[in-house]
Design a protein around this ligand. Structure first.
Ligand code: FE2
Length: 482
């Protein structure tokens, strides 16, 4: 059956326009009623500028980090946004042109002579933003975090955790938080023919300790990981990096990566002392994990790992404009479960949800625990591929699904689950999602009832402007405005 398109490409392209203004205002255009119990601050990060003076970056992941804060207090909403003012960002703004190559698709203009042997990248600080130990940190996995003022969003500077994260060491954009202790776990990768993985723990006082420093065979493209009470788990994608076209200035780094279809994906399972177990499963590519948990039966440990899997590395070929991408040829992401028998090394993989999806999130108290509900962005049709236009709630125990679609003119990103402060069930709370409304050329902050996301939104908050399609973010019950 031929399905009609759920969207118009020109609508989707409009979500990649730069937002050049920094705002701070109370929102006065709200449909529905915001629950008084919804109190706190949602921070979001993503590429705010997609060009310098009209000179476009070659890939949205190369865009300049812009942090938004959305404060919910007493039924009111405040919005603010600010660019992360790294020295590289300020230098490009001053120069009025692109000065740095980007990892995913951006070259300096002037051909390969302007790019050959130029391996200096700018810290984009554009991937995630978290609040931990009273510090607001904008994260980008190929460098150190940038600290911002949570009230004003002013850039304070590089965060080195009291000198414990040295220049040259990097910190993931996907830390995980132990729901019992509040400790933050993170990692950094030094990738090469042999790669080194560092594992970090940061306590609530901000003290960073390195508890593993492990060399592994092969190039490591590790974007995310998961923690359970006893383990930290990575999927090492079976990719090969040919650095020559990058070093010689012909291609951006990420376009020099290829999946090796005959090579297994490795599951790297560290225990909390840093000891590594390596297992293998079918080749696939993973950016994001949803969750993992352990089961123990008769002394036998099994790990359940849920991830979004691609059958190939979904790269943008060099020379293709990302705005012209043909979605029919983009590899769909599918929600998969790995059942890992640690002693025997046997791994069983199954698909729990076939519809193309990304950005899985769960209730923060269930990180590393047996859980039931996962929320994610999904396409609005059953099969094929398209931009994310719907939010999907998956019951991983029963397979039951709920979908809230914003098609044809709405486009979504990662939802955030905010638990009800008095909730006793895993899905009692709200899903907050930024929806780009192409009809009005603005972004709505939509609040859904997480127990039944198919209902009409609890509230739709209309911003005065759009926010370019973003990446990740997080919620804290703290507020800095009243
Ligand atoms: Fe990510």
């Amino acid at each position: 059956m031929v399905q009609t398109s759920s969207f118009s490409k020109s609508d989707w392209q409009k979500g990649y326009k730069s937002l050049k203004t920094e705002y701070s205002y109370w929102v006065d255009d709200i449909e529905g009623e915001l629950p008084k119990a919804l109190q706190g601050t949602l921070f979001r990060n993503g590429p705010g500028l997609l060009d310098v003076n009209g000179d476009r970056y070659g890939h949205p992941f190369d865009g300049d980090g812009m942090v938004s804060s959305i404060t919910f207090t007493d039924g009111k909403v405040h919005f603010a946004n600010s660019f992360v003012k790294t020295p590289e960002f300020l230098a490009e703004q001053e120069a009025g042109k692109i000065l740095y190559r980007g990892v995913f698709g951006t070259q300096r203009s002037g051909g390969f002579l302007q790019n050959i042997f130029n391996l200096k990248l700018k810290n984009l600080a554009n991937t995630n933003v978290i609040y931990h130990g009273q510090k607001l940190l904008a994260l980008w996995e190929a460098s150190r975090p940038y600290r911002l003022n949570p009230e004003t969003l002013e850039t304070i500077g590089i965060e080195n955790f009291d000198g414990n994260l040295n220049p040259g060491e990097v910190f993931t954009a996907h830390p995980k938080f132990d729901p019992i202790t509040g400790d933050m776990y993170g990692f950094g990768v030094d990738a090469g023919p042999k790669s080194t993985i560092n594992l970090y723990k940061v306590d609530l006082q901000g003290t960073l300790t390195k508890f593993a420093n492990q060399k592994v065979d092969g190039f490591c493209f590790l974007h995310d990981f998961v923690i359970t009470p006893n383990y930290a788990i990575f999927a090492q994608n079976p990719v090969k990096f040919n650095p020559l076209p990058f070093i010689l200035g012909f291609k951006p780094a990420a376009t020099c990566i290829d999946l090796q279809p005959q090579t297994p994906t490795k599951l790297l399972i560290f225990d909390r002392t840093g000891k590594l177990i390596t297992l293998e499963t079918d080749p696939c590519f993973i950016f994001h994990h949803a969750n993992a948990y352990e089961t123990h039966t008769d002394g036998n440990t099994q790990i359940i790992l849920d991830s979004i899997c691609y059958s190939d590395y979904p790269k943008l070929e060099a020379g293709i404009d990302f705005l012209d991408v043909n979605f029919d040829q983009v590899i769909p992401g599918q929600f998969c479960r790995f059942e890992i028998d640690v002693a025997s090394g046997k791994v069983n993989k199954s698909i729990l949800q076939e519809r193309s999806c990304e950005f899985p999130v769960i209730h923060s108290a269930y990180v590393g625990q047996n859980y039931r509900y996962c929320y994610m962005g999904a396409i609005a049709k059953d099969s094929g591929n398209a931009p994310l236009q719907a939010i999907l709630k998956l019951d991983v125990q029963t397979g039951e699904k709920q979908i809230h679609s914003f098609a044809p003119r709405g486009f979504v990103g990662e939802p955030t689950f905010i638990p009800h402060p008095e909730g006793t069930q895993e899905d009692q709370g709200w899903l907050v999602v930024l929806v780009f409304d192409a009809e009005c050329d603005r972004t709505d902050i939509v609040v859904l009832d997480a127990e039944n996301i198919t209902n009409s939104p609890v509230a739709t908050i209309h911003l005065k402007h759009h926010i370019p399609f973003g990446l990740h973010g997080s919620f804290t019950h703290e507020t800095w405005r009243s």
